[in-house]
Design a protein around this ligand. Structure first.
Ligand SMILES: [Zn+2]
Length: 455
């Protein structure tokens, strides 16, 4: 008997954590942080609902914090086995987990909450990582094995086919939204001819269809407006993937669309650090990008680009004359350097605020999206006079039609089941309706925290 239990991303989109039990052993897929309005929510302080020391292997789908943020906690609780991920995921996870430790320590000092883990746990975790390329089955104990497939979500992201206890289990990870300027289309896992026994799929955008905007066009329009109005283009962006993708698009516009070069500031230490990983893994991009890179095209570096890792350099950005572009975190405007730029520029009518990411309820981003006339930043009321543009094209997640396309490419066993995770309840219900019409004779489950499915 193989069993899968859901201890995160069940009834919500964060905290991904799945336990697989066979008669012989236990595995974990993802061990992410619960996040909401707070970067680290209190749910993370709860003990893990299983014995970490009994787990024999961990598989990680990608380097986003809501998929890796509790790995050091798992190690702290006694997990000493391998943590399998792609090379790029390991490199990005190293940056992301170090940053998260700092934030966990700050939270502890500010609110008296316990730290999630300490440096010794983090260092152990990083040593336990082992890299596995796409499409290469990796043997586990007792004849079990797993294979990674490109999920097209962020650099190095994977879906997992886990063959455990004689059953074929598929974990989607986060499925990318294509076409992406950099990444290839998601590559759905292919179980052996019997078909999968259980598919666990994300449904972040269940029931939704993204506007069919072209990402390059979105940035082109924003850039042209900014140049014409001698304004400031502000782009709050997540540090991993979105920031690097923006640089790639801006480079394209300057090189191939003859737009006048204006200064671009990448004002995010995390995004700057991650840039090196993106430059090292050219093999992971879609074919046209790889060909261009091999032709000597430096994808992320161009005249006019200024990286500002130090706080002093960041402060100097305001001295630079407009027009200019500032890319800074956090993506939800909930903190980080973007707040300083918003405080300075949000009240100017020649500011263009380009919102490209999800804005969680309660964040400043969602208030601005909701049409707030003014927002409070660092104790000051700042009127919103900037031009606000929202671009869904940048979503990192497949929409409903794409989720269905991904699902339809995976053969399911006649007794196979589907579980819908990583989704708000309403969106999971929408996706359930679509999935039922595609798989009318199969059980489809929307698990809650603690739900266990026997396969
Ligand atoms: Zn993700």
């Amino acid at each position: 008997m193989t069993k899968v239990s859901f201890f995160g991303a069940a009834g919500e989109v964060t905290g991904s954590n799945f336990l697989v039990e066979t008669d012989a052993t236990k595995y974990i897929v993802d061990c992410g942080l619960f996040q909401g309005k707070d970067y680290i929510t209190d749910l993370n302080d709860q003990p893990l609902p299983y014995n970490a020391a009994e787990v024999s292997a961990v598989m990680v789908t990608h380097a986003h914090l809501d998929h890796i943020g509790r790995l050091p906690k798992l190690v702290r609780d006694g997990y000493r086995g391998p943590i399998y991920a792609t090379e790029a995921t390991i490199e990005l996870a190293t940056i992301v987990l170090k940053d998260a430790m700092g934030l966990s320590t700050e939270r502890s000092e500010r609110e008296g909450k316990p730290v999630l883990y300490e440096e010794v746990d983090l260092n152990r975790t990083l040593h336990q990582f082992q890299s596995v390329p796409y499409h290469q089955p990796r043997k586990l104990s007792n004849g079990d094995q797993f294979t990674f497939y490109d999920a097209g979500h962020i650099l190095g992201s994977a879906s997992v086919l886990l063959e455990a206890g004689g059953k074929q289990l598929i974990f989607s990870g986060d499925i990318g939204h294509w076409p992406s300027p950099l990444l290839a289309e998601p590559d759905p896992p292919q179980p052996s001819s019997a078909g999968a026994d259980l598919i666990i799929t994300e449904a972040t955008y269940g029931g939704e269809t993204h506007q069919p905007d072209d990402r390059l066009n979105v940035v082109k329009n924003a850039l042209e407006w900014t140049i014409q109005n001698r304004g400031v283009l502000l782009i709050p962006a997540f540090s991993i993937e979105r920031s690097q993708e923006l640089l790639f698009l801006l480079h394209e516009l300057f090189e191939h669309h003859q737009l006048p070069k204006i200064p671009i500031f990448l004002d995010s230490p995390l995004a700057i650090e991650a840039l090196a990983v993106f430059e090292r893994h050219l093999e992971l991009y879609r074919k046209a990008v790889v060909d261009e890179a091999h032709g000597g095209h430096d994808m992320f570096d161009f005249r006019g680009l200024v990286l500002t890792p130090a706080v002093e350099d960041s402060k100097d950005i305001s001295q630079q004359p407009a027009p200019k572009v500032i890319i800074a975190g956090s993506g939800m405007m909930a903190g980080g350097r973007i707040t300083h730029h918003l405080k300075r520029y949000l009240s100017h009518p020649n500011t263009y605020l380009l919102i490209i990411g999800f804005q969680a309820p309660g964040t400043m981003g969602s208030a601005i999206l909701g049409g707030a006339k003014a927002v409070h930043i660092h104790g000051e009321e700042v009127p919103v006079r900037a031009k606000i543009v929202v671009a869904e094209a940048f979503s990192g997640h497949a929409d409903n039609p794409q989720l269905m396309q991904w699902l339809q490419k995976i053969p399911l066993n006649t007794n196979g089941k589907l579980a819908i995770v990583h989704s708000e309840p309403e969106r999971a219900e929408h996706f359930l309706t679509f999935a039922q019409s595609h798989l009318p004779n199969h059980p489809i489950i929307v698990p809650k925290i603690g739900t266990m499915i026997e396969v």
